[in-house]
Design a protein around this ligand. Structure first.
Ligand SMILES: Cc1ncc(COP(=O)(O)O)c(C=O)c1O
Length: 390
């Protein structure tokens, strides 16, 4: 019987009651005004001009990759992708015919390894780089932005598991040309399923809006919509159903957006709770286990506490102890994506010393706002006792 889950819902009873009261007003539930309100409030919170709500973080990544391709700003279709992240941080590169080149993980933040990245940038001169902000630990953004300037690539930032983290006072998700976020159950906050792309670039935002809904122009601002109508000589009757790009339907609904509005209200409380838990884990376990590191001016906001055991057998012993005490655990994110069949089948194994170490020795502990200091002490005791016995 599990007593401590990795993920707990941030949609609590009062959120459900609030939702029920709203539903009792019999609103129209498909994407509409509430979605616009949620996108605006999110954009204000984050500090980005344009935000596009969609049905998952994976959909947000899909939209970013395709918008990048259609923007005609890429100098080529080569893209550096991380070895540590999520499958859908990389999958759209394959789906859209990019040439993905995998990068080793940084031994501090577990994001892109800067020296390997620079070797790849020199060798391949790629059009784009996909950076994952790993598990709410901000990457070394000054260095990444210097490389961006030097090598002239477009930057996609996957902040799906990093909402609330900050680098030198700037929120994670404000560094890339576009950034993606996930509101999946168990993430920093939840809209059941949900995702967002945020950007300051109007051209990219227009592409994202069209691609999210079939490729039509209805969701664009009136001026841009009318400009397209004039450019393509579209008559009024046809205008709502003219498709300017080969789009998808990756929309969410006003129901999910309504939940999101309530979650933004309590975001600072959620962030504080996760940070408190993270530092307690670090105090208890940081001397014994290898963990992510960040500089003093950054703020971490994690959804699980990730650790590396000394070796595979120590991890096996800890996992078994966690299981027998009803504490849920799992591998560290996806481990090294370069060892997964979807990658190996196409490009061969992408084995790197540090990403492989994460793959073979990494594991997660629960970090959600409902955990008390006592719970975290108990979980830490179980982990330490198991490790010390091996
Ligand atoms: C780094 C990263 N990117 C993308 C995703 C996908 O988000 P979603 O589950 O909302 O599709 C995840 C999910 O955990 C993730 O960790």
């Amino acid at each position: 019987m599990l007593r401590y889950y990795l993920a707990e819902d941030t949609i609590n009873h009062s959120d459900v009651d609030r939702l029920i009261s709203w539903l009792k007003t019999y609103p129209r539930l498909t994407k509409g005004e509430v979605t616009l309100d949620f996108e605006n409030k999110w954009g204000q919170w984050l500090g980005r001009e344009y935000s596009i709500f969609c049905n998952s973080g994976s959909s947000a990544n899909l939209l970013m990759f395709y918008a990048l391709l259609l923007s005609k700003r890429l100098k080529n279709k080569k893209i550096i992708v991380p070895s540590v992240g999520w499958v859908t941080s990389v999958a759209p590169a394959i789906q859209f015919g990019f040439e993905p080149i995998m990068c080793e993980a940084d031994p501090e933040t577990f994001g892109l390894d800067l020296s390997h990245l620079e070797i790849l940038l020199k060798r391949h001169r790629p059009g784009a780089v996909m950076l994952v902000q790993v598990l709410g630990v901000p990457h070394k953004m000054d260095e990444i932005l210097k490389l961006k300037k030097r090598y002239g690539f477009l930057l996609l930032e996957d902040a799906c598991a990093a909402v609330g983290a900050e680098y030198h006072g700037n929120k994670v998700g404000t560094f890339g040309d576009m950034a993606s976020f996930s509101y999946y159950f168990g993430h920093q906050f939840s809209t059941i399923e949900g995702g967002m792309v945020s950007t300051n670039d109007k051209h990219l935002a227009d592409l994202l809006l069209m691609l999210r809904s079939h490729g039509w122009s209805k969701d664009l601002d009136a001026t841009t919509h009318k400009k397209l109508i004039r450019q393509y000589r579209v008559d009024d009757f046809h205008s709502p159903f003219v498709f300017y790009e080969p789009g998808f339907n990756l929309r969410s609904t006003d129901l999910n957006a309504y939940i999101g509005l309530g979650q933004i209200e309590k975001l600072s409380m959620i962030i504080k709770a996760r940070q408190k838990n993270h530092s307690q884990y670090l105090n208890r376990l940081g001397d014994y286990f290898y963990t992510q590191k960040w500089d003093k001016e950054s703020r971490v906001c994690s959804i699980s506490f990730g650790l590396l055991a000394k070796n595979r057998s120590e991890r096996a012993a800890v996992v078994s102890a966690l299981n027998s005490h009803g504490i849920e655990t799992r591998i560290f994110s996806a481990g090294n994506l370069g060892l997964h069949p979807f990658w190996v089948k196409r490009y061969g194994k992408a084995s790197f010393p540090f990403a492989d170490r994460i793959h073979h020795t990494g594991f997660f502990l629960p970090n959600n706002p409902s955990l008390s200091a006592k719970n975290i002490d108990f979980i830490s005791d179980v982990v330490l006792a198991a490790a010390l016995r091996t």
